[in-house]
Design a protein around this ligand. Structure first.
Ligand code: ACO
Length: 311
């Protein structure tokens, strides 16, 4: 690529300008964005599955309505993000096919099961909490369509986080059995939530270039630390115990010291060996196959109209 063009591009990024779809961009910038936005979209779509699992079993009509709305929001987030990624020259169908045959990833967290109603609380509180921690800075990301999609997504994610915390409050202040369920959900989802931020900075292959391009605004470890610092007092307020005996306030750094997740487990989940990887991909493949007749019908209808107009 032309070094002058590259320098001019970097100068625009450094000056805080937004890059728009028709602007010149380095091939690597386009590729990284397609990867990240595509994976992000897939995470929203696959992320509907662990919660969709509980819609029919929500304990009250009100909880059911809230959960239904939240899961629908996730579908909407997936669609904005697919549309955003399409402005980079990839189609939604291409991205979907790459998800379905395993060429593209989605967030590791959605390969863990949701075993009890308390998991709906913990997912909202921790998983959406981690998602917002990562996505609020992305509102300032350099690619215009991605940054703008993030504004609305973050508003909805904060509602999701609050509804999760609200469930946790009910459970944690409820009967001993309910409190036990809440603690068990925290125990199971704590470390997988820390993994959402990606591998440690030393192991993160993309961070350096993505930060230079402002595709990422913070490193994985920075956001993980912020998440722990925000979440530990929330757990204390609930009267629950974070499952990390090494957790301790560190006055010097003004943050908590905490145990790293098991990175072998993380990489194993990425390789497809998490508890629910097979089930999640099977569910998405089934939805895609079951929807074929709708796609075929709509294409046939569009083709008929096109021919009709020409004639
Ligand atoms: N789950 C699955 N894969 C991951 C995860 C994770 N939690 N974290 C990192 N990886 C993958 C990366 O995709 C990369 O693999 P690849 O090269 O095959 O794509 C590899 O691990 C190395 O990691 P990094 O170099 O640190 O990757 P990256 O710079 O993309 O950082 C991050 C990862 C922080 C997740 C980034 O992509 C990001 O900010 N994405 C946007 C937010 C997002 O996708 N959120 C999804 C969950 S939130 C939700 O949907 C509700």
């Amino acid at each position: 690529e032309d070094p002058e063009k590259l320098a001019a591009f970097q100068a625009r990024i450094d000056a805080g300008e937004k890059i728009e779809p028709k602007d010149w961009m380095p091939a690597g910038y386009r590729k990284t964005l397609i990867r990240q936005m595509g994976q992000h979209a897939h995470s929203e779509i696959v992320g509907q599955l662990p919660e969709g699992n509980w819609i029919t079993r929500a304990p009250t009509l009100e909880r059911k309505a809230i959960l239904l709305a939240k899961v629908q929001d996730e579908a909407g987030h997936g669609l904005y993000l697919y549309c955003g990624a399409e402005t980079l020259g990839v189609t939604r169908d291409e991205m979907t096919e790459m998800l379905l045959d395993g060429r593209m990833k989605y967030s590791s967290i959605f390969n863990y099961p949701t075993l009890t109603w308390a998991d709906m609380g913990a997912v909202g509180w921790l998983v959406d909490g981690a998602a917002i921690m990562n996505q609020v800075p992305l509102q300032r990301t350099s690619y215009g369509p991605y940054a703008r999609a993030m504004v609305r997504i973050c508003k909805e994610e904060s509602f999701h986080q609050r509804q999760g915390y609200d469930i946790m409050m009910k459970m944690a202040k409820g009967t001993p059995a309910q409190k036990k369920m809440a603690q068990d959900a925290l125990n199971r989802l704590w470390f997988p939530s820390l993994m959402m931020f990606g591998p440690s900075d030393a192991e993160s292959t993309h961070s350096e270039q993505s930060m230079a391009w402002k595709i990422k605004m913070n490193t994985n470890d920075e956001l993980r630390q912020k998440f722990v610092d925000q979440t530990v007092p929330q757990a204390e307020y609930l009267g629950l115990t974070v499952p990390d005996e090494t957790l301790a306030w560190n006055e010097d750094k003004g943050g908590y010291d905490f145990a790293e997740p098991d990175w072998n487990e993380f990489f194993d989940v990425l390789r497809g060996n998490g508890p629910c990887n097979t089930e999640r991909l099977a569910a998405r493949n089934k939805a895609w196959d079951d929807g074929k007749w709708v796609r075929d019908g709509m294409l046939a209808h569009a083709e008929k109209r096109r021919i009709g107009k020409v004639a």
